[in-house]
Design a protein around this ligand. Structure first.
Ligand SMILES: [Zn+2]
Length: 149
């Protein structure tokens, strides 16, 4: 991937998600009290108010729930690879759990590897994990999406 792309800011809540990603696992917070899953990570369950949490391992399979093709003005690193896609993927285990990412051809493939016009709502996808990307704040592994084979 190119440099100068926006990377997530890690904090106390989100860091475990990316630690698991670095280990090749897609995990989400799940309330220990009522079982409600939550993405993005938050300190408290929106359903019952509990702060007890576990990190549930997901299959990594999902479907394209929606997608967008960003248009200019874009940051220079993104303008250089436009047109590209941003997909919203719903998890196979729970359609209320959705991830924002990119549909790519391979884990470290360029953002514009997939023709946005070929993407279909509902198509099955599988998570892959990028090589560590470093923006100077430390390496982070990004979950990305490829077409399920
Ligand atoms: Zn709860």
């Amino acid at each position: 991937m190119q440099e100068e792309m926006l990377l997530p800011e890690l904090d106390e809540e989100s860091a475990p998600f990316f630690d698991y990603a670095a280990a090749g696992e897609l995990r989400v917070q799940r309330c220990s009290a009522c079982g409600t899953r939550r993405v993005p990570p938050r300190p408290m369950c929106h359903a019952c108010g509990s702060t007890d949490v576990e990190w549930e391992l997901l299959s990594g399979r999902g479907r394209v729930w929606s997608f967008a093709v960003p248009h200019p003005p874009l940051l220079p690193a993104y303008a250089a690879v436009a047109p590209y896609n941003v997909v919203v993927v719903e998890a196979e285990e729970d359609p209320a759990i959705r991830f924002v990412g990119n549909l790519v051809g391979s884990a470290d493939g360029p953002l514009n590897e997939i023709d946005p016009e070929s993407i279909e709502i509902g198509e099955p996808v599988t998570v892959v994990f990028s090589s560590p990307v470093d923006d100077g704040l430390g390496p982070v592994v990004l979950p990305r999406w490829v077409r399920a084979s």
